[in-house]
Design a protein around this ligand. Structure first.
Ligand code: SAH
Length: 214
């Protein structure tokens, strides 16, 4: 993966954050976190020069690191408070997990591709980020570690997995893109009580698909 951090990277991150503000990201804690995470270290060497463009890029194993705007939007919708327990489905490059950790969350992240899991669970601690990484099927979540205050799904689902709803704390929120292969609507599910859920929609996005099994 990446090279070291230099002052140029800091300048590029500042401009990325300015761009995200213009595109409507208002939460200062989210913008601060994106301003801190060295995104270029999460990219394949071929794409490092584009690390601070607001675009998605390939990270190997047919997967992508999400576009910064998408990361910012999902993180803003989660309404993270310090110390909250967050489950991320789709570790990918580990970038989203790093943003959540910068915001003071306790992060549990699952990846179904062994190659990505192996690379990222070794790499993140090397640059100071310590989520709990799991190799497994995100559709099932992590029942042994539930309940979670927040759940973020970073791949496109065709439906909202019942197992994930069950692992949400009362008053917890889940941010999950739901749709078909071409396009997904960002759903925010709030667990209002033990057996009541409320849902809101927040626009269209394009994710790689959430796949079944490992
Ligand atoms: N959050 C990532 C974005 C990764 S793209 C980042 O910040 O870089 C989505 C990821 O979800 C891919 O790595 C893909 O392998 C993974 N994925 C797809 N289906 C999954 C499943 N059922 N369980 C866990 N991870 C899954």
């Amino acid at each position: 993966m990446g090279m070291i951090e230099n002052p140029r990277h800091q300048g590029m991150r500042k401009r990325l954050v300015e761009g995200l503000k213009i595109k409507g990201i208002r939460n200062e804690k989210v913008l601060d976190a994106i301003g801190k995470v060295p995104r270029h270290l999460f990219m394949e060497s071929t794409f490092i020069q584009f690390a601070y463009k607001d675009q998605a890029f390939p990270i190997g194993a047919g997967q992508t690191i999400s576009q910064p705007f998408t990361v910012a939007m999902q993180t803003q919708l989660l309404q993270i408070e310090k110390g909250e327990k967050v489950l991320e489905v789709g570790t990918g490059s580990g970038y989203q997990a790093a943003v959540l950790l910068e915001m003071g969350a306790k992060v549990f992240t699952i990846e179904r591709q062994k190659e990505l899991y192996t690379k990222v669970h070794k790499f993140l601690p090397e640059i100071g980020y310590n989520p709990a990484c799991f190799f497994g099927d995100g559709y099932k979540g992590l029942p042994n570690f539930a309940p979670f205050d927040k759940i973020i799904v970073t791949a496109g689902a065709t439906y909202i997995p019942e197992d994930l709803k069950k692992q949400l704390a009362v008053n917890g929120r889940m941010v999950i893109p739901v749709g078909n292969e071409q396009r997904q609507e960002m759903n925010v599910i709030t667990r209002v009580s033990e057996d009541e859920f409320k849902s809101e929609k927040h626009g269209d996005f394009v994710f790689v698909p959430l796949l079944k099994g490992q």
